[in-house]
Design a protein around this ligand. Structure first.
Ligand code: UTP
Length: 226
């Protein structure tokens, strides 16, 4: 059975407004898709992680401690998705790649958060994809594609539908290595995917059917990097 890794942005998973409907839809889609594909989900920390990182930084604690606070939040978010998936997923987020591989022996959907300081969940998802020999990694995020420049800051930014790993690396290289960066995909993750030659699909995580199409390798709205 093919494996696919889904990197689910914390900003997609946790919203201000009532979110349980989205979580139910997402969980149902994942359960349906898991009949044909083993799915590993790595959840991000989103604004809750950024809150702790900002407050901790203001208090002067070391960056690696901030990273550890971020990791705790990603694991808490993993538990939220696990709650929506019920018996279809592992019970507790594994703390490392080995734990994820073992959890996959019992569950067709495995949900986890971060692993170690100094990286983000995009890098975790990429290394997990390499470890399990995933056919693709789907980055479900709060933007609908990769753009030539930051679309919020630059009105001339253009959407890119297809690109190579080398082109993605060019866009994301030079990203700050401090806790809590906010970029479309992290540079460490992009280089892991390039070396393992694993395709990356960037999709709007709120569009559940589009995420499903990307997971299943069908045509989708967003950016395909291969
Ligand atoms: P995220 O992966 O959510 O980072 O982890 P992000 O870039 O802020 O992602 P978005 O905006 O949700 O997509 C949150 C923070 O947790 C720490 C890092 O500080 C990261 O910025 N973290 C996470 C780690 O140090 N190691 C990990 O394995 C995962």
């Amino acid at each position: 059975m093919d494996s696919v890794v889904l990197s689910l942005g914390g900003s997609v998973l946790v919203r201000d407004e009532d979110n349980s409907l989205y979580l139910r839809d997402l969980a149902k889609m994942l359960v349906d898709a898991s009949s044909a594909t083993r799915i590993f989900v790595v959840t991000g920390g989103g604004r809750i992680a950024r809150f702790y990182i900002r407050e901790g930084r203001a208090l002067g604690v070391p960056e690696s401690y901030l990273d550890e606070m971020g990791i705790e939040v990603t694991r808490l978010n993993a538990r939220l998705l696990i709650a929506a998936l019920g018996e279809h997923a592992n019970h507790i987020p594994p703390k490392d790649y080995k734990g994820a591989v073992l959890a996959a022996k019992h569950s067709k959907i495995v949900v986890m958060g971060g692993v170690s300081p100094g990286i983000t969940t995009d890098a975790v998802a990429s290394m997990l994809a390499e470890r399990v020999g995933a056919s693709r990694l789907v980055n479900a995020t709060s933007v609908d594609a990769v753009y030539t420049t930051d679309p919020v800051a630059d009105p001339t930014a253009r959407k890119i539908s297809n690109m190579s790993h080398a082109e993605l690396l060019e866009i994301v290289s030079g990203t700050p290595s401090k806790a809590g960066p906010n970029v479309v995909f992290d540079a460490t993750g992009a280089s892991v995917l390039a070396r393992a030659n694993i395709p990356l699909s960037v999709v709007d995580g709120r569009d559940v059917q589009n995420v499903r199409a990307a997971i299943e390798g069908d045509a989708f709205e967003g950016t395909l990097i291969e």
